[in-house]
Design a protein around this ligand. Structure first.
Ligand code: ATP
Ligand code: MG
Length: 396
């Protein structure tokens, strides 16, 4: 019964002259989200800057459209709209009653009819339409009441070539349209945290590339597949993800062989950051993103973060989860649908090479000195890791 959706967007409305850039980005993302859904759709913008998803086919999958729109950053809310083509007032009264009957099974509410005429040529004023429709609804459903000041249900009627009726507002995810804030490289592991970190950054309009370090045969194909699956989950929000898969085995073995074992994790993490920074630079990314949060594990004490960060030369490292408790992160991962995949029990490369007692307060000079043990081999290993990267594009 709904023939279009009115898209409400927030922050992008305040961008002055650049507003159209944001609106265009939003429309592009809406089109991407609707791809593959049963039905034919057009995404349009009217003179007032209002964005609509118009249904062009006679049939379509309503639930899939609702699901798609609730994954698009920048949308605060969206309203399913009924179209009335016969604009005669008597017919409109019937349609308003039908609308209320179909939309609200329980009609014990107060309401208001709120008419706007985009076409001033319509032969009734908006107040006349308000009164006529209000009366019709009251008559059909005596359990309703009118409250013009603080109605529970605000029924909007817009008189255009086709009359629009809507009242229900479905919640969007908010944030800013993807593509309005550059691109960054997410270090994506198979854990709970990094997919959430990617989601949080993308929510602010940042396009996400991702890099995963695997260490075959110490980490399995299934562990890699899990990361691909996580990338696919977040791509429902972030659009297609360019996932770089880097073979980290030889670097890890070299560290294992030549460096003190209680420093393995921190040194390994520093090399991950270096490779990620290199790939980020090559792919027009303006920063790195990790899922770290202060104190969560030994490698995320403030000292460890300091030493990890020092390996990155020319790029900010964004850590959107820095101040969050684990449970808060878990809550988001459940909400965005990555949790179930994240908790699958496949090893990641960090768990295999972890020392029994990793340093929790690494000193930068000491770590840098230990890394000197790698100086004869690391350049070649680094180059090979980069040369053999595998790129998988995940998403529709
Ligand atoms: P996560 O749940 O994201 O795996 P974690 O709590 O397991 O986080 P660590 O394993 O210490 O934490 O990793 C910290 C961050 O480093 C991760 O959030 C991720 O951004 C990055 N990272 C760790 N391992 C890898 C990997 N194998 N490939 C890519 N990034 C990684
Ligand atoms: Mg991890």
């Amino acid at each position: 019964m709904f023939r279009s959706f009115l898209v409400k967007y927030g922050e992008i409305g305040v961008k002055g002259k650049n507003r159209y850039i944001f609106e265009d980005a939003l429309m592009k993302q809406i089109k991407y989200a609707l791809k593959g859904i049963d039905g034919e759709f057009a995404v349009t913008k009217d003179k007032g800057g209002r964005i609509f998803v118009e249904v062009k086919s006679s049939e379509y999958d309503y639930n899939a459209v609702v699901d798609a729109l609730s994954h698009v950053f920048g949308i605060i809310a969206f309203c399913p709209v009924v179209h009335v083509t016969d604009r005669d007032l008597e017919n409109l009264k019937k349609e308003a009653v039908e609308y209320v009957r179909n939309t609200y099974p329980d009609r014990h509410f107060t309401f208001k009819i709120n008419t706007r005429r985009a076409h001033k040529s319509y032969p009734h004023t908006s107040m006349e339409v308000d009164a006529a429709l209000g009366e019709a609804v009251l008559e059909a459903f005596p359990e309703t009441k009118v409250d013009v000041h603080n109605p529970q249900v605000d029924i909007r009627v817009e008189i255009r070539d086709v009359i629009h009726i809507y009242s229900k507002e479905l919640k969007g995810v908010g944030g800013m349209p993807l593509g309005t804030n550059g691109k960054a490289m997410l270090l994506l592991s198979g854990g709970i945290d990094s997919p959430v970190a990617g989601y949080m950054t993308a929510k602010r309009g940042v396009i996400i590339d991702a890099v995963y370090f695997h260490a075959p045969p110490y980490t399995s194909e299934r562990a890699k597949q899990k990361v691909v699956d996580l990338a696919r989950e977040i791509s429902k929000y972030t659009g297609p993800v360019y996932l770089h898969i880097v073979n980290f085995t030889d670097i890890q073995l070299a560290i294992y062989e030549k460096c003190p074992h209680d420093e393995l994790t921190i040194i390994m993490r520093r090399y991950m950051m270096r490779i990620a920074e290199y790939l980020a630079g090559k792919n027009d990314c303006l920063g790195l993103i990790t899922g770290e949060s202060i104190g969560q594990v030994a490698s995320q004490t403030l000292q460890s973060l300091y030493v990890t960060d020092a390996a990155v030369k020319n790029m900010p490292v964004y850590r959107p989860l820095i101040g969050m408790d684990k449970q808060e992160i878990v809550d988001i991962s459940e909400k965005i649908g990555t949790y179930e995949t994240s908790i699958l029990p496949y090893e990641d490369c960090c768990t295999i090479f972890v020392a029994k007692h990793p340093v929790t307060k690494p000193k930068r000079e000491i770590i840098e000195r230990s890394e000197q043990n790698l100086k004869d081999v690391i350049d070649e290993l680094f180059q090979r890791a980069i040369d053999t990267e595998e790129l998988i594009i995940v998403g529709k």
